[in-house]
Write a protein that binds this ligand. Structure first.
Ligand code: ADP
Length: 455
């Protein structure tokens, strides 16, 4: 159809417009408004109704082409269209006998036909009608003469468009049969428009359903992964506990040995308990089921408290923990307990993964743009290879360096830290060189100036 001759396109978009408006006779039709097309009562609501169908600018559709052809055949006309009348244009949904093309509303015959939704409009001879005689496709090729249109009317009575037929020869007025046939086709056009809208709605609903399903599948997969990870991680300490318990039950141990094995059991049970708590904490964080209470937090005192803990901790006897804070450091908007949890984890790791001791430096400074504060913990421990760094913040991720040295851990702490930092709108990362040490860092948004943040 798009290859058909472009017979109805006016030679120039404004040609004939002045003539059409100024020479209006106003005999049987509504008068043109200031814009050059007839005023339609409640046009704004009519347009809202039209837009609700989402039919404008939709591609060519064979079912609408069929309606145009049927209208042409029923009325024995060489040309027929299914049109929707938009605010400033006529959108041609289907055309029979020529190519589909938008037409400015002031050049649209159908803009007249939609004024009265109850009437079929017929113009026996366009050239003899003062409103249309200078219209470019009447005055010039293809010299149209006859036009008839039945409005496409919504349930609420708005004429959103028309089914129309045209001829190059004038005709006496439309027969009652032709008028009724045209009206029937317009009704079918309306039914088809509704069908297309309903189909689009069903498609959209299906899409939403698919998205929801994908999300649910994701949650369910995550849960399965957690269960499988957890059962795997729990097996080792449970096997150890069982082994020690069987020894105590079956062997004739002296009290010293019994106490030693019981200590091992206690240690593993404590580890399992910690792991259980961490798994639950991580699950709650991942499911966004944990409420944060972000307030303006002064990091220097929080960091001082965390560093002070290690000064009296035996595990850090070989480590010198120092703190440096940039002067004028803005406050951060955060949940202080959760921030302390992250810092504690970084410090515990720095101590644990520096078995030979060494300095541990804690730093806090604003980022270059002043919108965030960056906290880092640097150690001179075993470090992490580049491959190890890629997975380090994933649940149960442990590095070869740590496993090879027999340093125990659950691989949950950093995953929890990442969740906490990201839920605050910050970022987390690591810079490390295997064998040389690591710097773990995170950023948190600075509080607004009124709350002690950056000016
Ligand atoms: P855990 O220490 O209990 O295993 P984490 O999630 O805190 O759990 O750490 C995950 C892994 O990251 C550790 O097992 C270790 O392999 C590595 N890691 C963490 N911190 C450091 C560090 N400071 N230096 C070297 N490796 C580290």
């Amino acid at each position: 159809m798009d290859d058909a001759p472009d017979a109805l396109t006016p030679p120039d978009a404004t040609g004939g417009r002045v003539g059409m408006v100024t020479r209006h006779s106003g005999a049987t039709l509504a008068a043109p408004g200031a814009r050059g097309y007839p005023v339609v009562p409640r046009d704004k609501e009519r347009l809202d109704a039209l837009y609700e169908y989402g039919i404008l600018d939709t591609p060519e559709d064979p079912a609408f082409n069929d309606l145009a052809r049927i209208a042409a055949t029923l009325c024995s006309a060489p040309l027929a269209m299914v049109n929707l009348v938009d605010h400033e244009r006529q959108f041609m949904k289907a055309a029979y006998g020529f190519a589909r093309r938008d037409v400015p509303r002031e050049l649209s015959f159908c803009a007249h036909a939609i004024v009265d939704p109850s009437r079929v409009l017929a113009i026996p001879d366009l050239a003899a009608d003062a409103r249309f005689d200078s219209h470019p496709i009447v005055a010039d090729a293809p010299h149209l003469r006859f036009y008839a249109a039945a409005p496409i009317v919504t349930d609420d009575g708005f004429a959103i468009g028309t089914v129309c037929v045209m001829d190059v020869a004038p005709r006496p007025d439309l027969t009652a049969d032709d008028a009724e046939a045209l009206r029937a086709v317009a009704r079918q056009a309306m039914a088809l428009i509704e069908l297309r809208r309903d189909r689009a709605m069903v498609r959209k609903a299906n899409l939403r359903l698919e998205e929801t399903n994908a999300r649910l599948e994701d949650v369910s997969r995550r849960k399965t992964e957690i269960i499988s990870d957890v059962s795997h991680e729990f097996r080792t300490p449970l096997t150890t506990i069982l082994g020690y318990a069987e020894l105590i039950r079956d062997e004739d141990l002296d009290p010293g040995e019994t106490r030693e094995f019981a200590d091992d059991i206690v240690r593993d049970v404590q580890r399992l308990t910690r792991m259980m708590e961490n798994v639950l904490d991580l699950e709650r964080l991942e499911a966004r089921a944990t409420a944060f209470r972000p307030v303006s937090v002064e990091l220097p005192s929080l960091l001082e408290d965390e560093v002070a803990r290690w000064e009296v901790d035996e595990a850090a006897a070989d480590h010198a923990v120092s703190l440096s804070v940039k002067i004028g450091l803005p406050c951060v908007l955060a949940d202080a307990d959760r921030v302390a949890q992250v810092v504690r984890n970084f410090l515990a790791n720095a101590v644990k993964y520096s078995p030979d001791g060494g300095a541990i430096d804690v730093r806090a400074e604003p980022t270059a743009d002043g919108r965030f504060v960056r906290v880092s913990v640097t150690d001179h421990g075993i470090g992490i290879s580049t491959e190890g760094q890629a997975r380090i913040f994933e649940r149960f991720a442990r590095t070869q360096e740590a496993i090879a040295r027999g340093i125990r851990g659950t691989g949950l702490g950093l995953a929890i830290c990442r969740q906490i930092v990201e839920l605050h709108g910050g970022t987390i990362g690591v810079e490390s060189l295997a064998g040389c040490g690591s710097t773990f860092w995170f950023t948190l948004p600075a509080a607004p100036p009124a709350l002690g943040g950056a000016p």
